[in-house]
Design a protein around this ligand. Structure first.
Ligand SMILES: NC(=O)c1ccc[n+]([C@@H]2O[C@H](COP(=O)([O-])OP(=O)(O)OC[C@H]3O[C@@H](n4cnc5c(N)ncnc54)[C@H](OP(=O)(O)O)[C@@H]3O)[C@@H](O)[C@H]2O)c1
Length: 228
């Protein structure tokens, strides 16, 4: 049985990952923002394999509180899922700079800080893995206009994860950023290509199958390599 920690699990892809990992028999730690767990997660508490933990990913005190709660617990898979699309104004001629920096804090900096804080938990696993939900919108090979804050935050988190993969290879920790598809969530919108169920099914399969031989690769939810 795997033990999985998923950030930003109150809704969207994170919530569906919680459901599917539970269905597949995993022990799941799901994190949410705020003082009280949302109904979307408490509704799933009928299984004793789900634990809910508060986490604001940009707040080091919140990360420290999480690590204290998880002390001594082995974690096999961390899924850095929490993310935002960024500010309304994020074009080259009309940039909300404060919003851009906030996007970086959440999408780029936090996955590293959360992963680093949980290294002792990963070290207790036989097969530790870190999946960071990135986006093809950060791929340098895909040229497209606009959405500068979001694109740059995901391009940067890809680089962060590539470096981290090298740094953690000796510790046998597999690190991969993953494009989850264009997914029908609050972020992806109703016109997106795939459902949360399809996306989460692919991410779960990938998370289960990757080994240290895959570390540092950028994957799609379908399990194929994505160009950087
Ligand atoms: N949907 C797509 O098409 C798509 C495509 C490519 C990549 N992605 C990536 O996939 C991931 C999940 O996206 P989604 O579509 O499921 O988005 P979503 O429905 O908007 O959900 C985002 C989740 O992240 C949490 N979150 C945001 N900021 C946070 C913070 N500072 N601390 C803790 N939690 C925070 C939110 O918490 P609250 O509920 O409290 O707001 C929410 O649970 C993101 O990293 C996103 O960039 C999505």
């Amino acid at each position: 049985m795997n033990t999985v920690l998923i950030t930003g699990a109150a809704r969207g892809i994170g919530l569906e990952l919680v459901k599917q990992f539970l269905e597949s028999g995993s022990q799941v730690f799901a994190t949410y923002r705020g003082n009280t767990p949302p109904a979307s997660l408490t509704d799933l508490l009928s299984t004793n394999r789900l634990s809910l933990r508060p986490l604001e990913v940009t707040d080091q005190n919140s990360i420290d509180a999480l690590t204290a709660l998880l002390e001594g617990i082995s974690i096999d898979i961390i899924i850095n899922n929490a993310g935002i699309i960024g500010p309304q104004d994020q074009s080259y001629h009309n940039m909300d700079v404060k919003g851009w920096l906030e996007t970086f804090e959440i999408n780029t900096v936090a996955p590293l800080m959360v992963t680093n804080a949980l290294l002792p938990n990963l070290a207790m696993s036989d097969s530790p893995r870190v999946i960071t939900i990135s986006s093809q919108m950060g791929s340098l090979e895909r040229e497209a206009k606009g959405m500068i804050a979001y694109r740059s935050s995901k391009a940067a988190v890809n680089k962060v994860m590539q470096v981290l993969a090298l740094e953690l290879k000796e510790q046998n920790i597999t690190v991969c950023p993953v494009h989850p598809g264009w997914v029908k969530t609050d972020m992806g919108g109703d016109n997106a290509d795939i459902s949360v169920q399809e996306s989460a099914r692919g991410i779960l399969k990938l998370a289960r199958n990757i080994t240290i031989a895959d570390t540092g690769k950028f994957f799609t939810w379908e399990g194929t390599e994505h160009p950087w």
